[in-house]
Design a binder for this molecule. Structure first.
Ligand code: NZQ
Ligand code: ZN
Length: 385
């Protein structure tokens, strides 16, 4: 096991009816709040009205930044920074999925920074200070509600990068607020959650039984609940379990003491920077191909994955056969829940494959399980066509 320091200050407020806690939280954070949201799902679900009522009870003056795009854009973030500066905003409330939260984090760290907020994403600077941020999560996927990651797209340069920004002060997660998530977004969310676990599970670090079993528990819980939530989108317990898995998959619990990978995320970010596809959809396509490309680097880890997560019976089989059966089971699962399986599902062909391979590796080779250069990325993308 590697040395580690673990720190996570986000207060997680989870469960039915927990939105009522917003009033008290708002009173702690200040009177002028910027409420950030997406394309209107919160208005259709009624959440918008409930939140405005609670903020009004708390005595808040509410400004709004609507229209955050899925794969949130730098231009929208800059609008938010301008509002905060002009209006003297005290804190930010993100209401939505990962995109809304990520954009809000970018606004939060952009306000006190004199330079261009993109500097944080292009690795020219690191944030030093942020406005406080609270979130009301409406979609199980990214874990952004309890980590300090933020992923922003600069559409002018077709670059999509993550940065370490700021932890939310609090996040309110009521599974009922995820009942209205459409079927495709539910599938993408579950693909993203599993992918976060994969990134941290496939490692060469040894003697990490607890981290390994934590990861396997999350994977099994998602797999067990996936078809249940798709059959009945208002199944409270299935939604609650997926939601909790989403947070635990990327709140810093899994990587402690472990050398993690994250190459597949860089590859997917390059694809969505060019084609603006849903993050979880891209991951469902690319991850199994990455697995096939790299599994020989540590076959025994893939054997464990196959036997523990997918119940592959190893009797009479070589390690290679067992490992490949586990990868095939992963592919079959994604296909069974209706996730995309090929880039062609998004009308992506060979044309910009080289461009994407370069964009995936702008700061040098990616990944730790196997270091990948742009030629490797191109091969993986070719397998995904
Ligand atoms: O915009 P609205 O109208 O709200 O609709 C959204 C959006 O169209 C809709 N939606 C969300 N909650 C809903 C709902 N529709 C009905 N009912 C609800 N309750 O779902 C659509 C997708 O939302 P989005 O926020 O884009 O999805 P997600 O949470 O998957 O976030 C994806 C973004 O997060 C980044 C991705 O790259 C992508 O940009 N990531 C962020 C990470 C982080 N900060 O730690 C890590 C991830 O690996 C990921 O890269
Ligand atoms: Zn992800």
């Amino acid at each position: 096991m590697n040395n580690f320091v673990y720190y996570n200050p986000t207060q997680l407020i989870f469960g039915k009816g927990q939105l009522s806690m917003l009033k008290e939280k708002a009173q702690q954070l200040g009177t002028t709040v910027l409420m950030v949201y997406g394309g209107g799902s919160i208005k259709r679900s009624g959440l918008y009205d409930k939140i405005l009522a609670l903020l009004s009870d708390a005595g808040c003056r509410v400004l709004e930044l609507p229209g955050v795009e899925p794969n949130p854009r730098l231009s929208t973030v800059k609008k938010g920074i301008d509002i905060c500066r002009q209006e003297g905003v005290d804190w930010i409330l993100a209401v939505g999925g990962g995109s809304v939260i990520d954009a809000s984090k970018a606004v939060a760290v952009g306000v006190p920074y004199e330079g261009d907020v993109w500097d944080f994403y292009s690795r020219k600077a690191t944030p030093n200070g942020a406005l406080p941020l609270g979130t009301v999560l409406t979609l199980a996927a990214t874990g952004s509600e309890m980590n300090r990651g933020s992923v922003i797209t600069n559409w002018d340069t077709q670059e999509k990068h993550g940065a370490s920004t700021t932890f939310p002060t609090f996040s309110i997660l009521d599974p009922e607020n995820t009942f209205t998530v459409p079927r495709d977004q539910t599938i993408y969310g579950m693909s993203d959650i599993l992918s976060h676990v994969f990134e941290q599970y496939f490692t060469h670090t040894t003697e990490i039984p607890l981290q390994t079993r934590f990861a396997e528990s999350i994977m099994k819980t998602v797999i067990e609940n996936a078809e249940r939530v798709l059959a009945n989108p208002e199944d409270y317990d299935a939604r609650a379990n997926i939601l909790y898995c989403g947070t635990m998959a990327l709140n810093g619990t899994l990587p402690v003491g472990v050398t993690t990978d994250w190459a597949t995320h860089s590859i997917e970010h390059a694809v969505s920077a060019v084609y603006d596809i849903p993050h979880g959809g891209g991951l469902a396509i690319i991850f199994p191909k990455w697995m096939r490309y790299v599994y020989r680097e540590n076959v025994s880890r893939f054997v464990r994955f196959a036997t523990e997560v997918w119940n592959v019976d190893p009797t009479g089989k070589t390690d290679d056969e067992v490992a490949l059966e586990g990868i095939a089971a992963t592919e079959a699962f994604f296909a069974r829940i209706g996730a995309p399986t090929r880039l062609a599902d998004y009308q992506i062909g060979e044309e910009k494959l080289q461009v994407m391979a370069e964009k995936a590796t702008p700061f040098g080779p990616i990944g730790n399980f196997k270091q990948l250069h742009s030629e490797d990325v191109a091969q993986i993308l070719r397998m995904a066509l």
